[in-house]
Design a binder for this molecule. Sequence first.
Ligand SMILES: C[S@@+](CC[C@H](N)C(=O)[O-])C[C@H]1O[C@@H](n2cnc3c(N)ncnc32)[C@H](O)[C@@H]1O
Length: 318
Amino acid sequence: MSDSTGHSECGTSAAPIPFPEKLRELWSIFRMRLADLSRPASAEGILADVAEYDAVLRQYAGRGLAGAKAFEVGFGARPLRLFALAAWGADVTGSDLDVPLIHGSPREFAAMMRRNGVERAVKSALRFAFFDLKERHDLKKLLRARGLEMKVEPQRLIVADAAALPIPEGSLDLIYSEDVFEHIPADAIGVLTAKMARWLKPSGLALIRPNVFPGIVGGHLAEWFPQVVNDRNRRRRSEPWEHLRRRRFRPNTYLNELSRASYRELFAPNFEILEERVKDPGLGRAYLTAEVAGELNEWPEEELFSNQTLFVLRPRRA
Ligand SMILES: C[S@@+](CC[C@H](N)C(=O)[O-])C[C@H]1O[C@@H](n2cnc3c(N)ncnc32)[C@H](O)[C@@H]1O
């Protein structure tokens, strides 16, 4: 689930942590989302991402999103970014390991239970009832203000591992992904990125934005989600960069724990890295006191303040 910063709390969301911990994480997320209801922050974040893709494509590929053939790796439980790209004029499809909840019908819910298990299905149903329709409505309104019409088109969504898809070589202008790569094991990223480089046209781009582990939000604890990081009065059990320091609590999701430097190494064999853009470069700066910095002295600041970093990637020629 993305907020105005594009941060997701969805997906790969059945880590084997104790049940009370799970409930605590889910309750924190629910409260955050309730607080967000009064402002279209999430929809604005999605639109900002799409506008960014359009601008980056123009800068490096000499074309915009209109008419571009695009693919999203991991559209999540609410594929709004993908529908926004389609409204922008892209011919876009995407895949996710999990079934999305589009209409909120009992049939969808049953399919979700079968494929994703009870926990994900119940979470998605609650989110659908409380938040998703409002967010969809907000996004439609924002797009309409730009003269664009968003349609909900489930045929664009494939439920599968992206690496298993038979996408023709040299067929795509753009591959994009938000808050997904940190949930994929490093060796599987190697396999996927080799395929991605082949799927892209020589002029194509991959825009991949993982949530880098050493950042203050990289541990994926709800107490440190981007929308609450700057709330210094918030009562928390965990400390800033808890995941690099004490490691007392585990997130409700699988994480590969890769650093920004590790992503560079994983992308390098198949892609030239044209640019790295940190979404919110100062996020968490106020928590890096002398004492905390002392404990984290093995980590360069570049890593501690990476969080969501967009890698702009051009496929290397064979
Ligand atoms: C945290 S969610 C992010 C979803 C969405 N991008 C967003 O920003 O809301 C991560 C998603 O990645 C999906 N995912 C992980 N590995 C994948 C793979 N190999 N192929 C397709 N989807 C994958 C998960 O199923 C999950 O829905």
